[in-house]
Structure formats: structure tokens, C-alpha cells
Design a protein around this ligand. Sequence first.
Ligand code: EPU
Length: 337
Amino acid sequence: MEILHNFSLKNYNTFGIEASAKQFVNVQNVTDLTSILKQNKTAKKFILGGGSNMLLTQNINALVLHIDLKGKRIIQENDDFVWVESQAGENWHEFVLWTIAQNFGGLENMSLIPGNVGTTPIQNIGAYGTEIKDTFVSCKAITIENQEIKKFTKEECHFGYRESIFKNVAKDQYIITSVVFKLTKRNHKINTSYGDILGELEKNNITNPSLKDVSNAVIAIRQSKLPDPKELGNSGSFFKNPILLKTDFEKIHQQFPEMKYYEVSETEVKVPAGWLIEQAGFKGKRFGDAGIHKNQALVLVNYGNATGQEILAVSKTIQDTIFKTFGIHIEAEVNVI
Ligand code: EPU
């Protein structure tokens, strides 16, 4: 295990931002991970997974541990369900495709989400009506401080909308090393009710979709709206969809009756930030090499050589304008470093 110095992270973040790590190590097994943590007890550490949910606004003055743990296996099964364990460094989309190829159901709606398996619980990733918490059983994590291995059950993770314990009280304390999902082997719960999925299936004359059909539909929709980070640097949705108290929302809604919203509970509604940003005129706008994607206003993009600071400045302009226009504060979903 070699520690590299002043290592460029340009290829390790999907925004494609040029920033360097003071020290960088690629970690391929838990034994190495334990010893590197032990040997570098006092060093400041930064845990890097797929780099798909962060905006680097400065060089990282720390030891960057790139979690590259690989492997997936079936750990238990019965006639109806299978429990699959994936190591943290597996690419999420490849893992999803592998489960679909075995006819294991539950992850198909989350096809093509960038990033690695180990980071999916941190923000309870989700798309097209499904979230990780729907199939998540447990994850293993190691404490950075003294290398103890701890298992987190679903309840212990406190999942919420793009939220978990790992973003709150357990922040910066653990490195997730593997995740277990419980998937269906038969009687799959095909979920085509969200947004454009049904339309996409109808376009292809599919009436009784398989897991693969749903996955293909999601892939087609995502590819039509969301830029491929390999072609255009981005981090998916830059902002979270704001959740407002119904009482507050009703006042805003009177002023903007065309505002879209979804009920999330008896007292709260969620407003699509993409809609707010589009209405405020930002969709497709470009400021130097930083910009707002032309097909999905929630996504900020790097046209080439934008710095993290430039993208951050654009995000602040958007936040300020949305607040001035609608009185709604939108929060970043990506981690600004
Ligand atoms: N909308 C606009 N203009 C836009 C974008 C969206 O008016 O530029 C409107 C749409 O017309 C629609 C509503 O906003 O009525 C919602 O749009 P969409 O279904 O595309 O979903 P989203 O709220 O923009 C969320 C997730 C995505 C996920 C999709 C699909 C968040 C922050 N984002 O986006 O997740 O793929 O739903 O499930 O919750 C990610 O987290 O990186 C991500 C891409």
C-alpha cells in the first residue's frame, strides 16, 4: 500500500474539479484499511468513495483514503428472498445490473445512479419512487478512531430523505465497508408509478415489465435528462427538494399558484427545486465553465475547467435568487468540501 503525495483528484470526483490530496492511498482490503488507520492515528483523514456527491472547493490537506474494497456475494436465501452483500468500493450501477442479471428485484429503479455501494446509505440514495432504505438490511463500518467493527441495522441508520445517521451524529466517525440488501427472487414489486417510467415502457409496447425492462426505462429517462459525468462533470442533483410546512407553503402557493408540490406528510409538502430554479430563469445558463444543465435545472455542471469555487458561487447565486423570489431556502445536497 503506497501513500502518494500531492495527488490529483480530478479523476476521483465526478465534477472533474482539479484539486489535490496532500496524501492519497488506495485501500483494497479491510486489513490494509485497519493498519493504515492505526499507523496514521493523528493524521487528518478524508474518506473518498466514488466522488459522485461532492464539490471540491480547495485542495485536501489530509490523508485521503480511497475506499476500493471489491466483492459481492449471496449470504443467505430462501424461496422468496436473497440477502446480497456488496463491498463498499463496488460501483453502484454495475452492482444493480448484476442483481438484475440474477433476477433479484428491488434496486432496478435506482439504475445508473453514480457512485459506489458504500456511500449509498450515507444519503439514502433514491430515484423513481425507491430509496435504498426499502431494501437495505445492514451495513458494516469501521471506526476511524480505534478500528472497531460495528454493524448498523436499518433502524440504527435513521434513514430520511437523503439523510442518515452518517450525515448527523455519526458523521466523520465511520468508514462503511460493506452493505447487505434483501432482494426478491420472485413476486417482484415492480414499481412503475413514478413520473415517466410508464410512458417510457408504453413507448416500447411493454405492458408486463421485467426487472430489466424497468431498469432500461430508468436508464433511458436518466440519460435523456441527466448528463453523463464522463462527458460533462456533475454531481447529480446539486440541491435537495425543500420540504415546507403546509401552513407556510399555502401562503407561497397563493402567490405562485402554478408551483408544483408533493405531499410528504399530513403537515409537510415537498417542492421540486428543479422547478423553482427553472422558473427563476437559470436552466441552461452558463457562467464561464460553470453552469446549470439544460435538461434538469437541479444539476450544476462543469463545462471543462470550472473551479469548485466558481460552481459554489453559482450555487449561492441560485440560492439567493430562489429565496428572494419565492421565500424558500434550498439546501445543497452535495457535500461542499
Ligand atoms: N422540474 C422542472 N424543471 C427542471 C427539473 C424538474 O420544472 O429543470 C420539475 C419536473 O417537471 C417535475 C419535478 O420538477 O415536475 C420533479 O422532477 P424530477 O422527477 O426530474 O425529479 P427531481 O425532483 O428533479 C429527484 C431526485 C433525483 C432523482 C429524481 C427521480 C432529489 C434532490 N433529486 O429529482 O436524484 O433521480 O427525483 O426520482 O431528490 C440525485 O439525487 O442526484 C438525483 C439525480
